[in-house]
Write a protein that binds this ligand. Structure first.
Ligand code: PHE
Ligand code: FE
Length: 286
């Protein structure tokens, strides 16, 4: 089984919904809350450290260099970090911050944060029995999976552009298409390097099983990133992906997503979706 379907909820639906696990009672208008670092128990810090250790052991040769560099700067391995300390380091590196949130937040609020270079990070940690799999994103997925790449200047710009694009897609009723882009880049993206294929997607990097699977398994398709192909492709939220899309650089990602999406949404809105597990005409296999 694979990791959290958070971006579906985060990007597509109108979370928060009943049944969400966070505590939404003390949210600010932007859904921000206090991290309340002192409230984490010793067991929670130990569980976070254990998750980091397991994942760190898996990553050499699989995670991309920019991610590993950011992870070193994040310096989160022995305990759940204090969010303000993470924010000051990020601010200095790429002018991003993180904001504590109770869990999934409404699409528009999420996009507003990204557009202002603020990444929402869930405050709570999974339970020990959820070591390998959790349905909603927690502080481990959000911090360990997403935050390291925000230290990278090009990736950081992509995330801000995505937030701006989200606000626009919401107006155009095109969130389904934009959510697929998030899914296949930010959560499950692969990148081609001189040393071979590497991972940059947070959903893979914070997963115990998909790190090796995404690179080594003969089962999934690995297809060169093509914007409209990605935005037309369905995805799995409850198992490993059937298709991964591969970029050559974060600069390519920024460049290929820079054009106005309005005519693209109109064009692909008239076409059928592509299945998660098939090749499509024009695919470049890697
Ligand atoms: N160029 C996109 C648009 O015009 C915005 C965007 C940029 C969306 C980067 C996603 C990622 O809608
Ligand atoms: Fe995520």
């Amino acid at each position: 089984m694979r990791y959290a379907p958070e971006s579906v909820d985060q990007v597509v639906s109108n979370a928060p919904q009943p049944g969400l696990r966070g505590d939404y009672r003390n949210i600010r208008p932007d859904y921000g809350v206090e991290q309340d670092w002192a409230a984490y128990s010793a067991q929670e810090h130990a569980l976070f450290a254990k998750l980091c250790r397991r994942q760190l052991a898996l990553l050499p040769g699989y995670a991309c260099d920019a991610y590993l560099r950011g992870l070193a700067l994040l310096d989160a391995r022995d305990a759940i970090p204090r969010f303000d300390a993470v924010s000051s380091r990020l601010k200095a590196a790429s002018n991003w911050e993180i904001v504590a949130v109770p869990g999934l937040i409404p699409d528009r609020v999420f996009f507003e944060h990204l557009a202002q270079r603020r990444f929402p990070v869930t405050v709570w940690l999974r339970r020990p029995d959820e070591f390998d799999y959790i349905v909603e994103p927690d502080v481990f997925h959000d911090l360990f999976g997403h935050v390291p790449l925000l230290f990278d200047p090009a990736y950081a710009d992509y995330m801000q552009a995505y937030g701006q694009g989200g606000l626009k897609a919401a107006r155009l009723d095109a969130l389904t298409f934009l959510a697929r882009l998030y899914w296949y880049t930010v959560e499950f993206g692969l990148i081609r390097t001189p040393q071979g294929l590497r991972i940059y997607g947070a959903g893979i990097l914070s997963s115990g099983g998909e790190v090796v699977h995404s690179i080594e398994s003969p089962a999934p398709r690995r297809v060169a990133f093509a914007l409209e192909r990605v935005m037309r492709t369905d995805y799995h939220i409850d198992r490993y992906q059937g298709t991964y899309f591969v970029i050559d650089s974060f600069e390519q990602l920024v460049r290929d997503t820079a054009p106005d999406f309005t005519p693209i949404y109109a064009r692909i809105g008239a076409l059928p979706a592509l299945a998660a597990d098939t090749f499509a005409p024009g695919d470049t296999l890697l």
